[in-house]
Design a protein around this ligand. Structure first.
Ligand SMILES: Nc1nc2c(ncn2[C@@H]2O[C@H](COP(=O)(O)OP(=O)(O)OP(=O)(O)O)[C@@H](O)[C@H]2O)c(=O)[nH]1
Ligand SMILES: [Mg+2]
Length: 416
């Protein structure tokens, strides 16, 4: 099945922990600190790949995780970095945050990479906490968490030409006749249920792509028929080809219906360069397209009659499209800068529970977890951090007095 949207979580790797270690040299029983820092956690990238057609390969992989960094080692060695994760996506996807649907990025070029979740930095080893007053620090910090986001990936086909027509107009037949694609053709409406792409190769070897989308009916823009689902697939086509079945005898009305739906969907899409093409000339009266041609001429839109099935006039059509494509600029990639705003920084949260003060603030909890609290150094370090972060002031403001219990993470302190 053709999957054109998925919601997944991306989790970058956690940084490795810094460690507490000391040199052990033969004649140096109390060697200096030598604990190295943790390696950085792996990043998660999305990579647009033209060999990937849809999102079916990740529909069942809701969690995309990069690897964690390794802990530091003695001799001031930094731990190994976690491997980055590259998630392949088709060219033409748009990324949104979930659930607030903030636009994050468009990937529209083959090979384009986008850093979606940054790995955590490694924690610091005790080497970094040495100073003139503190020659043998028992302090190290744990690695940072990697960024984690829930994102929705939506595919909008990126084609040079988008085929727009009522069901049964002959869109799939046309795609099959001019391109390398073999879409299903049926003599009944709604044969095409999923959009597909074909590549047309010109006699001079230049190439362009054509997107076949399911038939459009009146009310599609409000969800009728196959509805809006696939209309987004023409949103990023460079030019639109309105294909009209001339054997039906209602060519102009048909075109007006198509225009109405496209316009209701998006004025911008409606404003794209377009062609009006009458199809099935092999089975209709000679003048079946006359009115439609007039209609197109008045509006200065190129008109042509073809038979997609009997391959009449297809070379001229292809040439005309190729020329127009060359004159029309390709869509540019947009990348939002908003991504870093998605997760607001958590504030220090202190609650009083049975007379004790429970402090919740991940960076401080991390410091407490990572510090050797049996050492005087370690305890003094935590206390200084509490002052720096403003926890002490907040505790006092809440009425904490000497001797009260303060709980940070799993550790109980006596307020001094
Ligand atoms: N006589 C004639 N029949 C055609 C021509 N082009 C397409 N057809 C027929 O029209 C019918 C519909 O063709 P499709 O290509 O499936 O039409 P479609 O526009 O893709 O239809 P949906 O996928 O339902 O939207 C099929 O029976 C085709 O054989 C043509 O040039 N001449
Ligand atoms: Mg079709």
């Amino acid at each position: 099945m053709f999957i054109d949207e998925v919601t997944i979580s991306v989790q970058a790797g956690r940084g490795g922990d810094g460690i507490v270690a000391f040199r052990r040299a033969k004649y140096e029983p109390n060697g200096g600190p030598s604990g190295g820092r943790g390696g950085r956690g792996g990043d998660v990238f999305l990579v647009a790949d033209s060999n990937v057609n849809d999102l079916s390969h990740i529909i069942d992989k809701h969690h995309q995780n990069a690897k964690d960094g390794k802990s530091g080692q003695g001799s001031e060695k930094t731990g190994a970095s976690g491997d980055d994760l590259f998630v392949k996506v088709p060219v033409g996807v748009t990324i949104y945050s979930v659930p607030d649907r903030v636009f994050i990025a468009d990937l529209v070029e083959d090979g384009q990479e986008f850093l979606i979740a940054k790995g955590g930095r490694g924690g610091l080893g005790n080497v970094r906490f040495m100073n003139p007053r503190r020659q043998s620090p028992h302090i190290a910090t744990t690695g940072e968490k990697g960024e984690r986001f829930r994102i929705k990936i939506e595919l909008k086909l990126l084609a040079d030409v988008g085929l727009v027509g009522l069901p049964n107009a002959g869109k799939s037949t046309l795609l099959g006749s001019i391109s390398n694609a073999h879409p299903k053709v049926g003599e009944y409406p709604f044969t095409t249920l999923d959009p597909s792409l074909g590549v047309v190769t010109m006699p001079d070897w230049s190439r362009y792509t054509v997107a076949d989308i399911p038939g459009l009916i009146e009310g599609a823009s409000v969800g009728k028929g196959l509805g809006l689902e696939f209309l987004r697939h023409v949103e990023r086509c460079r030019i639109l080809l309105y294909l009209i079945d001339l054997s039906e005898g209602t060519a102009v009305e048909t075109l007006e219906t198509l225009w109405k739906e496209i316009k209701l969907y998006s004025e911008e899409t409606f404003a794209k360069p377009a062609f009006i093409i009458g199809n099935k000339v092999d089975v209709c009266d000679e003048n079946a397209g006359a009115e439609l041609e007039k209609f197109a001429n008045i509006r200065n839109i190129q008109y042509m009659e073809i038979s997609a099935r009997e391959k009449i006039n297809l070379d001229s059509l292809s040439e005309m499209m190729n020329k127009k494509i060359k004159e029309t600029p390709s869509p540019k990639s947009q990348v939002s800068t908003q991504i870093r705003l998605i997760v607001p920084k958590k504030k220090v949260d202190i609650t009083k529970v049975d007379g004790d003060y429970v402090v919740e603030y991940e960076p401080l909890e991390r410091i407490v977890r990572a510090t050797d609290l049996d050492s005087v150094d370690g305890r003094a370090f935590v206390q200084r951090q509490m002052g720096r972060i403003g926890v002490e002031k907040k505790l006092k403001a809440m009425g904490a007095v000497e001797g009260d219990t303060v709980i940070i993470g799993r550790v109980r302190f006596t307020f001094e």
